[in-house]
Design a protein around this ligand. Sequence first.
Ligand code: SIN
Length: 307
Amino acid sequence: MTNLSVKLFDIKFKNPVWVASGTFGYGVEAQEIFDVSKLGAVVTKGISLKPRLGNETPRIVETPCGMLNSIGLQNPGVEKFLTEIYPKIEHLDTHFIANVFGESEEEYVEVCIALEDAPKVVAYELNVSCPNVKKGGIVFGHDPVVLGSLVESIKKRIKKPLLVKLSPNVTDVREFAKVCIESGADGLVLINTLLGMKINIRKKKPDLATKTGGLSGPAILPIAVRMIYQVYEAFGDQIPIIGVGGISTWEDALEHVMAGASAIQVGTANFFDPLAPIKVLEGIERYMKEEGIQDFSELIGVAHRSE
Ligand code: SIN
């Protein structure tokens, strides 16, 4: 028997394959494509206190081996999520993790508190790494003192586990991982998008209305793997890491896991292959059978032990 389940922050996930925030909506539309209950978890699009229209268009552009987005956290707000979207997903036999965004410390706290009574939402993924907004996002994630204070004040007022999605746009991600651990975070999610730009040589200006955007897709896989490896090496015995960044195939997912991720999120691949998460799940299971590995946990961080 192959055991793909993982227990993280006292929650049992049926498997380690999740879908990343902003690439899967809230899981409503995907139900027409495959059985969403097969996933270990769905991470929602960022949810804020008030509805947000997001940035001006164009806000997506393709790049070599990836894409740039500058959506600006468009979402209907937490109230509408709870009254209109949540009833469409609460029957699904998977966990939901709410990606939470605020323009101030109090807004982050209020969104989490509003979600405390929604049983399908089992944890929060703190968005302190969106590079596309002027308030919130990386404003919190790029200052260790501000980040520590945010994590600490949310932790004091919530019951559910708090994961922090870190920005890769920093000199040493371990500094930020350390602050999160010391402030009480239950898990780390690595990595969000890398700040980039594409210039349209016919228009002679940047393609995106906001000029810069977040780079995701296969192009960022080695960067994500490197950062997970570094954080696992430093703190792998203290906190679980969730890997996200450039995963399109089961082989990519296993690189994240062997670097130190206890679960992974499929992101941009959902846009070009909506069945990618299922293929990743099946591929991991096949690999485990071929290699005679019975428990998925044997693979977590194995690259550190094989040197
Ligand atoms: C966005 O909505 O701009 C992207 C969200 C993110 O990068 O966290």
